[in-house]
Design a protein around this ligand. Structure first.
Ligand code: LYS
Length: 883
């Protein structure tokens, strides 16, 4: 047990800093085993905050060796300041002064990958959220914005490329083979946006002409071996720049925009001003080594980080409780961008599936928190699905309520009004309100109340009057610290369908005029009734189109209604939703039957829907693929009050087999039609065809026929792209054909052993395979020469994939899966607490399972809790999980 508990920080305690830092001049001397950091800051007291007498200046600092402190060019003696593990404080004698500090740090020993660290042969930084304090003493908070200049000095042979934010303004050589470059960033920024990179990197260069005619120098820096894999990231960057001009009127502001790919990175990427640092998995993409999904992820992450230049950098967060101000908004922006570049409906389906299986689970677990949290122990733990993905849903609802034009007026005002400032979620809402004369007082509950609202709806048809009334009732389950919730504003996009599936004209009682054939109902009360009039026949409602609010909608549809909607709803998203909910209903019913020990019987209606969809040539093949994909085990677990993971797994498998066998002929004809030999292109039309072909191949392999096996092996061998090759490997790995499986895995590893990102895939495919013995396989793979606990991508692809995607093996009834995960968490906590803390998620969800599993999971949580010197990251999650 730790001796001292880490402190909780509360939003309500926010106050402005006592001092501002107007200028920050940094000089880094990089050496093999250490770095010297000299900083010189122009500091001024914050008159608003200074009461009687001048407050102490308290700077943040962690793991720093303090070499010297100079105040206005006078070296301070050790009695002139105090310092402890986390701070350096002194008493300034004037309101404005210059403070110079030298620290010594050890980037090579920095395994937490926060601050300045070494990845492979290069130096790089990650400062968000509180990493800058591991570089030098500073006011490391986002509301302190400063103009930075940075000089980097290093060996010229080993580190020919020296980068920082802004523009290079001077360079030169020193004796002894060292050289230096000075960078100047004209835009004041918080320290979390600082970046430095030094390495032997190759440069891929292009340019972009902005809407006002300025030419921007675009640069991607990667290790020389990766030179051929940057084209897609560069194209994505140019498309993002154009899109942000067209859709938001936002132009890029520096002369250079740089992206650097690094192999060891805790997250996806980071939007440092002018110098984005990326996990190499979010930059590199080549048809032979990256799947379509990887191509789309690169496009999305490049866009996300680029969009941050306005939503995050030009306008930043006042404090870390406001994280969703930049992340929720930017995820919404990148999702809309991806929707415009690819299939909008498919993008929405993917995002909604992900949100419901994962963020809803977070909302229902011990770490549940509002989009704008009230408190935290460790801010790194709050880079969550709630802050990012639910935050984006909240912005999407604002977009829905205001319409695209009103929303644009609002964001124009927001960027205008707050350019160069550090602001709050309330400021964002206020700009949208002021630009539109809207009142979002009640809407703001989405920022302060946690949990996933339930929306129960019921319809009543009155033939005599030709009216259809919809009664909505909303509620929200309690979450930690919030037992009672007030009603949310829930926009419900909807239509009413007639017996042919056509949308009927919408006229609401009490309103003049018609609402057209689709409308948005704004639900604001706990209980609210809407009555539609002048209807010629009983309608079937198509509700929550496009998932217009992140809620659990419960409408008492009959299975036949869902079949009808799945076949006829003119709204593509709701066709998918109807098929999904039909499948959920069928699966849940079968789970009960299985648990009762009765024989399983397939509901023919599900087969009928799949058959119709598979035969509908007018549908986008990617849509067909989405519709015939059964809901994931994770989603079924989330929906269950208490999940019977064995039953869910058995039943879902059985349904998949049954579908495969029943639809075999039709599946073959689709596979044959789509199995074409064409040159690869990373475009939506091809993504769609491969997506359907490979979903179909997955089903065909379930029939265990020799024909399927031959087709699969042939695809594995002959594929001209990684998407097809990998899909075949997945199908083989999940099949009973042991010889072919082994051969394919060996061949794959041999061929791609020098490609770390491809090997990540190889690990994760095996870690996710549901065959018995999954844990032993993972343990064996941990000994593989390509595996290392030091690289976050490797940890995620093996341990992370096992614990979050291989539910049946992770939850084996003897608890060995839990013990294994806890062991890894304890190991990693000593080297990389952020990664250790992320791995806690599956254990934190223990309340979802049966009492025996609950005990086994709690036992591991207690074991983790008992470790002395636990990091604040893991401490926060484990203590909240056990609370
Ligand atoms: N701001 C980054 C993003 O674009 C993530 C930083 C993560 C810091 N722990 O999502």
């Amino acid at each position: 047990m730790r001796t001292e508990q880490p402190k909780t920080i509360h939003l309500k305690d926010y106050r402005e800093p006592d001092y501002w830092i107007d200028e920050t001049h940094l000089t880094f001397e990089l050496f093999d085993d250490h770095a010297l950091v000299h900083s010189r800051m122009s500091i001024r007291v914050n008159p608003g905050e200074a009461g009687d007498g001048r407050p102490d200046l308290v700077l943040d600092g962690q793991n720093l060796e303090l070499m010297s402190v100079e105040l206005d060019d006078k070296r301070l003696a050790s009695g002139d300041f105090q310092f402890d593990e986390n701070t350096l404080s002194l008493k300034p004698e004037r309101d404005t002064f210059e403070l110079a500090i030298t620290t010594r740090i050890k980037p090579r020993e920095n395994t937490a990958l926060e601050g300045l660290y070494q990845s492979g042969s290069m130096f790089c930084t990650q400062c968000e959220a509180e990493g800058f304090r591991k570089i030098t003493y500073y006011l490391d908070r986002p509301d302190v914005m400063s103009r930075f200049t940075t000089t980097v000095i290093a060996d010229k042979g080993d580190y020919p490329v020296l980068l920082s934010n802004g523009n290079p303004i001077a360079r030169g050589d020193h004796d002894g083979g060292r050289h230096w470059v000075t960078w100047e960033d004209p835009f004041p920024k918080p320290a979390y946006l600082f970046a430095l990179v030094a390495g032997d990197l190759c440069l891929i260069q292009d340019s972009f002409t902005t809407m006002s005619g300025r030419t921007i120098d675009l640069r991607i820096y990667v290790e020389p071996d990766n030179r051929e894999q940057c084209g897609h990231a560069m194209d994505s960057l140019k498309r993002s720049m154009r899109w942000d001009e067209e859709v938001y009127g936002r132009e890029y502001d520096l002369d250079i925009f740089m992206i650097v790919a690094v192999n060891d990175f805790n997250m996806g990427a980071m939007e440092n001003k002018g110098l984005n640092v990326f996990n190499s998995s979010c930059v590199l993409a080549h048809p032979e080594t990256a799947t379509d999904a990887a191509f789309q992820r690169v496009e999305a992450v490049v866009a996300h980080e680029y969009f941050h230049n306005w939503s995050g950098n030009r306008v930043t967060c006042r404090d870390w409780f406001q994280l969703s101000l930049k992340e929720g908004f930017t995820v919404f922006r990148d999702a809309e961008f991806s929707a415009d570049m690819n299939s909008a409906t498919v993008k929405r389906i993917e995002d909604v599936s992900f949100l419901r299986a994962n963020q809803f689970a977070e909302d229902a677990g011990p770490m549940a928190h509002p989009v704008r949290p009230d408190s935290f122990i460790e801010i790194s733990n709050f880079y969550t699905l709630t802050v990012y993905e639910k935050g984006a849903e909240v912005v999407r609802m604002l977009h829905t309520l205001l319409g695209p034009e009103g929303f644009r007026k609002g964001t124009d005002l927001y960027f205008d009004r707050h350019d160069g400032q550090a602001v709050t979620c309330d400021d964002f809402i206020k700009a949208l309100e002021d630009a539109n004369g809207a009142d979002f007082t009640q809407f703001k509950r989405w920022y302060s109340q946690a949990g996933t609202p339930r929306l129960n709806a019921e319809g009543r048809w009155d033939a005599a009057t030709g009216t259809f009334s919809l009664l909505f009732r909303q509620s929200c389950p309690p979450t930690p610290g919030q037992s009672e919730k007030l009603p949310f504003v829930i926009p419900v996009r909807m239509a009413l369908l007639d017996g042919e599936g056509n949308e009927m004209p919408l006229r609401l009682a009490g309103e003049d005029g018609e609402r057209g054939s689709e409308t948005v109902l704004s639900i604001t009360e706990a209980e609210q009734l809407f009555t539609f009039t002048d209807l010629s026949e009983e309608p079937l409602p198509s509700l929550l189109r496009g998932f217009s609010a992140p809620v659990k909608l419960i409408y008492p549809y009959h299975r036949d209604d869902r079949v009808f909607l799945a076949k006829n709803d003119p709204d593509g998203f709701n066709r998918w939703e109807a098929a999904q909910s039909l499948a959920v209903d069928v699966l849940q019913g079968l789970v009960e039957i299985h648990v009762a020990g009765r024989p399983l019987m397939m509901d023919q209606r599900l087969i009928d829907v799949y058959r119709t969809v598979l035969g509908d040539d007018s549908l986008d093949p990617a849509m067909v693929a989405e519709i015939i994909r059964l809901p994931s085990e994770a989603y079924l677990v989330e929906l269950a009050e208490q999940a019977d993971i064995d039953a869910i797994h058995i039943v879902r498998d059985w349904v998949r087999h049954t579908l495969a066998v029943t639809l075999e002929e039709q599946l073959w004809s689709i596979y044959r039609r789509l199995d074409e030999r064409i040159p690869y292109s990373a475009e939506a039309v091809q993504f769609a065809r491969r997506s359907l072909k490979n979903t179909v191949l997955g089903y065909l392999m379930l029939t265990e026929s020799q024909d399927a096996l031959s087709a699969c092996v042939r695809q594995f061998v002959e594929a001209n792209n990684m998407t097809d090759r990998q899909a075949a490997l997945v199908a083989l790995v999940n099949s009973p054909f042991d010889d072919q499986k082994r051969a394919a895995l060996t061949e794959f590893a041999e061929r791609w052993k020098d490609y770390p990102l491809v090997m990540d895939q190889w690990f994760s495919i095996q870690a996710s395979a549901a065959q018995p013995g999954g844990l032993e396989r993972v343990q064996e793979l941990m000994e593989h020469p390509a595996f290392t606990l030091r690289n976050p991508n490797k940890v995620r692809s093996l341990i992370g994939a096992f614990a979050s995607q291989n539910l049946i093996n992770f939850h084996r009834s003897d608890g060995e899966g839990y013990r294994f995960l806890a062991d890894q968490i304890l190991l990693l906590d000593g080297t990389n607490p952020q990664i250790a803390s992320r791995l806690m998620t599956p254990l934190s969800r223990w309340r979802k399972y049966d009492p025996a599993r609950q005990n086994l999971m709690k036992r591991e949580l207690s074991r983790i809790m008992g470790k002395p010197e636990l990091s604040p990251d893991v401490f926060e999650v484990v203590s909240k999980s056990l609370a």
